[in-house]
Every structure is written in C-alpha cells, then in structure tokens.
Design a protein around this ligand. Structure first.
Ligand code: WT7
Length: 659
C-alpha cells in the first residue's frame, strides 16, 4: 500500500491552497506564542502543563517528572498523586462552575438530558459508591459495554474515581469479541444496558453480554461477578439472579457523597483494545497523570477551548480512543460544555448532525473524514437548511483527510472562514501528537502539519536516517510523551516488539508512513503494516482472516484493505472454500454467508464489503500471501510485479474469477 499512497501523495502535495490564521484566533485559549520554544524542553514543558492544568493532591517533584530509566516503560510525574475524576468534576464545582452544563446528551429518538458539573459530579459519586458496594477495588478491571448514553461517561469516571481500570468495549462488537476482552483483562464487572438506539431501531446489548458470559468452549466461566444493567430501550431481558443488577435500583440505594482519594500518577486508568497485525487485539494500557495532562493540554490548545463560551462536540463513540480522550477526559478536565449524541448521522433524516449543531449552538466540532465524505456525497443543500453560524472551529481525526473533503468541510460546514485542524494520533499515543494550532499555523489542506509543542517527531528511512524534504519514510516519535501507552495489558514483550524494536527501545515506531514537505509540514501516507483503516477505525487483516477460517466452509482466506471513496479503506476478502468447484450462484450465496459470519464473529464494523470466492491465493515460494497483489485486484489496478510468486499464473486466474 505504501507505494500506491506514495503516488497519490505526489498529487496531494501539489495542493497549493493556504489559509493563514484568522484574526478571531489572535487571542488564543493557550498563549501560543512561546509554546513551541518552551516545547523544545519537553520535560520542563510537560511539568509546567501538569501543574497548570491539573489539581495534584500530592504534587510531583520536578526530578520525578520523567523516569525513562527502563525504556520503553515510561513513568511521568510518578511521585505525584491525583484523582482523575476529581480533576474532571469536583474541582470545577468548587471553583464556582457547578451550574455550567457539562453534558448535553441527545438520544437518537430525540430524547435528551443535560447535566451541569454539579449534577454530573453527584451522579459519579453515587456510581463510585455503587462500584465500591459491589466490591470493586483499586486496580480491578471493569468492562463497559454501553451505547453512548450519559451512564457511559458516568461509569468511566466512577471507575476512575475509585482507582479501578475501565475497559470500554464498543457496543457494536460481538459476544466473542466482548468475551475475549473480558478474559484478557479478567474483568470483575460488566456495565451494560438493555439496549441502545441506532438507525431508528432499538438494538439489544444485554443478550450479547449473556452470550459472552456463558461458559467458553473449554467449559470455563468468565471472571465476571456482576452485570450492572442500565435501562435504556425497555426491551425484554433475560435475568440471571444474583449476577445481574439494575443500575437504577442499585444507584437509588447509595450515598450521594463520596470523597475522591488520591492515587499515584502512574495508577492505571484504562485498557482499550485495538487491532494489530495479528488476530489478537492488543489491550493498550494508559495511566493517570501523564495521560490527563496531555489530553487536557491538547484539547485546550488545538481546539482553542474557551470553557465559558464554547460548546464542543466530538462525534466519536466512547468505545474508541477519541471517545476517551476527547469526549470524556480532555473536555471535562478543562471544564468544557459538550454535546454527545447516541445515534447515527442520518437518523431520522440526513441533516441530523446539523440540527444538533443548531440546537446546542455547537462552536467546536470534531469529526472523522469518512463522515465528511458521506455528507459531501449527500450534497451541500442538507447542511444549508440549518443555522451553523455558532461554529468557529472544525477538527478532523482518524485517517488522512483529502484536500477536497478538507475544503468542503471548511466551505460548507464552516461557511468558508473557519479553520480545520487535522489531528494525527493513535490509541497508543493517547492524545494528539501532530496538528496545526489554529492561532498560529497557516493551514494546508491534506497535511496534519506539525508536532504539537513538547512532542518530538521524525520521518526516517529504514536505517533511521531522517528523510530529505518530500521523501517518504516512517513516522517515529523520538522523545517520550506524557500520554504514551504504558504497555500492552499482560504482554510487555509484544509492546516492546511492536512499537519499540525497529529502531531501538527509545524510538516509538507508529506504523504509519509519512513525508515532510519543504516547509517541514507532515503528510500521513497510511499504514505500512497489515492493518486497515475503515472509517477511522483500525481493523487487522489477520483478525478478519481468522474469523473467516473459523467458518466450516472456508479453507483459506486473505483480507486486504482497498481504497474506498467514503470509508477510506474497505475490507475485501479472498476466500478458498472447501468445496473445490464453486459455481457462480453458490459463490454469491457463500459471499453473503461469510460477510454475515464476520459481522457475527467480530462486529458489523468488520463486515467485508466484498468476499470473493477464489480457487488460489497468490503466494511466495515460502508460502507468504502477497497481499499487495490482491490489493491491486481489489482496487481494479493493473497487477504489479509477480516475479516472486511461486505460481505466476495465479493472478490471472484470480482476476478472471472476478470478471
Ligand atoms: C491510526 C490510529 C486517533 C484516533 C482515531 C484512530 C490513522 C489517525 C490520522 C490523521 C492520517 C490518521 C493512522 C494511525 N490516523 N488520525 N489525522 N491523518 N492518519 O485511532 O484506531 O488508534 O488508529 O489512524 O494510520 O496510525 P486508532
């Protein structure tokens, strides 16, 4: 893929449009003038941010700002103590902002609830008491499997408040995916709901939890003691007495007061599973003080947040890292007023997002390129029907945003004047790493642009030499940063091997290709490994292949990501069935069955766009599948160099099957 994206980027980098900072950003939320200079001393810089942005119950000593003595396992602010939830809640109330709205929640059917900081603090205190009553202790893992309802945010903060560790599992994942995450983290509690609303329908969640908690294939029970169930859809649920508890019953019985205890800065905050190059998702581990420092700083500086005036909306689900860093922790640490929305952008009508912007007078919108491209296809007349004049800043995240989508976003949603910041980061980086700052940077559509202050990024070749201007290379981070992952849950070796071995134990290898142009701006070129990016979500080819071969019909499978106009990449699978001669009609059927099977095994997000039944797969003499060639087929390109194939005829056979 790197080769193709390199060609595309040649066109991209001829993009000549430039947008200097607007006057409106002259008085930025963070005094941006000296930030880059200060950021050249990252340790002092981040120490200053940590003191400025957070409340420390026990301050860290300057000498303990960064402990990098056992790379790649960093410790930040490690003799300091704080409470993450207190930083997101109580202190804003104590500062006199208890009446400020923290959350405007909009349900898909059109119901809504708002919480002031005082109210949200009370809800989280009650939930913290409930967790304690259920025996959850510091360090215990709690799985959260909820739709985007206020209880998702409340649960996360309650877990954080008692020093436990949450593992949020996206509500679209299957029972199998949920169980493997519960097992990996040995979760003691699951917080779920009867269901949620999506695309105009109630979808059940509790039955998936029930299925996930059944004894596994080896007859083993899960580690879960209780299931706490929020009532949302009032759908019927099976009940396991002794294990299952209604949230509303239990929460009515607990005290509304709760004193937030201080925990060490390195106390684990959450695990979030993400796809890698193997079939097994990685439990990315984040800790407290450093993580909160960087999400608070970036949320303020990149989005120019003015908490007294702004209404901020990140459209992400809490099941992804954006939902952790820029729905829950960053905005709430900064005392922002934010919007969260349960449903899909086109329910009940194609203007739903813009209706929400109008209703809540959203001023900062943070969304994914895939959504923007979908709106582009629907046409500008839809957003034009709504009053979007409250908007003053637009953000993008999840995948490269092509200049056309960038300019459309600025023109149609932003009225032709509003800056768009393209933010590059990852589940593993915890917070934004590369982005323009709206008051400082001249914007360049299509480029993520510059490392944020305090972050050291390079683009290097295979031998770790910085690349020349306009030359492609690999993106690396060369100095530790506060919100960096602290490991992979239960698998320190995999952490070292995946990210910290290519260029030695102090250089983070992000897995993305990049180029720096003559101005020093960074252009992302996509993944360099076998990881796809579908609608801004990472999916592993190996994980989907293993789901495919788990079907009795399948003998062998290869999955690739093919360019897709809307979703960035789409999943395309090539499958050899066990029946040797699959005729065309049967193949149609088989494709549908296998697409459904993947959705059932992993979740709907992983459902292949196409499943092609083939009789051979292209392999090298050593038996390695040449995905590059399959990608050529999937993207309708002429097939590249086939000389290393064991059987050079294979590709014409595959191409013919597809015709
Ligand atoms: C991968 C990380 C960061 C939250 C959402 C995704 C790609 C992310 C950008 C961007 C180009 C981007 C990268 C990265 N990516 N943002 N602004 N420009 N590519 O988090 O699931 O951890 O995926 O998403 O390939 O490695 P994630």
């Amino acid at each position: 893929m790197a080769e193709n994206s390199a060609n595309n980027i040649d066109n991209l980098m001829h993009e000549a449009r430039r947008f200097p900072p607007a006057d409106a950003f002259a008085k930025a939320a963070v005094a941006t003038g000296e930030l880059y200079e200060q950021g050249e001393h990252p340790v002092e810089f981040w120490a200053a941010q940590a003191r400025e942005l957070l409340h420390w119950q026990k301050p860290f000593t300057p000498e303990r700002t960064l402990d990098w003595s056992e790379p790649p396992f960093a410790k930040w602010f490690d003799d300091g103590e704080l409470n993450v939830a207190y930083n997101c809640l109580d202190r804003h109330v104590l500062a006199g902002n208890g009446d400020r709205v923290a959350l405007h929640w909009e349900g898909e059917p059109g119901d809504s609830r708002s919480f002031t900081y005082a109210e949200l603090t009370t809800e989280v205190k009650k939930a913290a008491n409930l967790l304690t009553a259920l025996g959850v202790k510091q360090g215990d893992r709690v799985a959260i499997y909820l739709p985007l309802i206020p209880e998702a945010v409340i649960s996360m903060l309650a877990v954080a408040r008692i020093g436990a560790v949450h593992s949020v599992v996206f509500g679209g994942f299957s029972a199998e995916s949920l169980r493997s995450r519960i097992d990996d983290a040995s979760a003691v509690l699951v917080i779920t709901a009867d269901g949620g609303y999506r695309k105009g329908k109630a979808f059940p969640l509790k039955p998936t939890v029930d299925k996930a908690l059944e004894p596994n294939a080896d007859g083993e029970d899960s580690t879960v003691r209780n299931v706490l169930v929020v009532r949302r859809t009032e759908g019927e649920v099976d009940w396991h007495a002794g294990r299952d508890l209604w949230w509303h019953d239990e929460i009515a019985q607990v005290d509304t007061e709760h004193v937030a205890k201080a925990f060490p800065a390195e106390n684990p905050l959450f695990i979030l599973y993400t796809s890698g190059t193997t079939g097994k998702p990685k439990g990315i581990l984040h800790s407290s003080g450093g993580y909160l420092t960087q999400v608070a700083f970036t949320h303020k500086a990149v989005f120019d947040l003015k908490p007294e005036e702004d209404v901020y909306w990140s459209t992400a689900d809490v099941g992804w890292i954006t939902g952790h860093s820029y729905v829950v922790y960053g905005p709430l640490a900064n005392g922002a007023t934010e919007v969260i929305y349960e449903g899909t952008p086109d329910t009940p009508h194609a203007g739903r997002w813009w209706e929400i912007v109008q209703k809540y007078k959203v001023s900062i919108l943070y969304a994914a390129p895939t959504a923007i491209r979908t709106f582009m296809k629907l046409g500008r007349q839809i957003p034009k029907e709504f009053d979007l004049s409250s908007l003053r800043l637009l953000g993008s995240v999840g995948e490269p945003i092509n200049p056309e989508a960038w300019v459309w976003y600025r023109d149609v949603i932003g009225g032709g004047t509003i800056p768009v910041v393209d933010t590059w980061w990852q589940t593993e980086t915890g917070a934004i790493m590369i982005s323009a700052l709206p008051g400082v940077t001249t914007l360049k559509p299509g480029s993520a642009q510059v490392p944020i202050p305090g972050i050291a990024i390079d683009v290097v070749d295979d031998r770790f030499r910085s690349t020349e201007a306009d030359q492609g290379g690999l993106l690396v981070v060369t100095h530790p940063w506060p919100s960096m992952a602290r490991g992979i849950w239960g698998d320190p070796d995999r952490f070292v091997e995946t990210y910290w071995s290519k260029f030695g134990p102090t250089t983070y290898f992000a897995g993305d290709g990049a180029r720096r142009d003559k101005d020093g701006d960074i252009w992302l070129l996509g993944r360099v490994d076998d990881v796809m990016n579908v609608s801004g979500h990472r999916l592993s080819t190996a994980e989907i292949e293993s789901a495919l071969v788990s079907h009795p019909m399948v003998a062998e499978a290869a999955v690739v990501g093919a360019a897709d106009e809307t979703t960035g990449q789409a999943v395309v699978a090539f499958v050899i069935t066990r029946a040797s001669q699959a005729d065309a009609a049967a193949a149609d059927d088989a494709s549908a069955v296998l697409r459904a099977h993947v959705a059932e095994q992993i979740g709907a997000i992983a459902r292949p766009r196409e499943v092609h039944i083939v009789t051979e797969l292209p392999k090298t003499r050593s038996g390695k599948i040449m995905r590059r060639l399959l990608r050529d087929v999937a993207e309708g390109r002429e097939i590249g160099d086939t000389t290393t194939l064991a059987d050079t005829m294979v590709m014409s056979v595959i191409s013919n099957t597809l015709k």
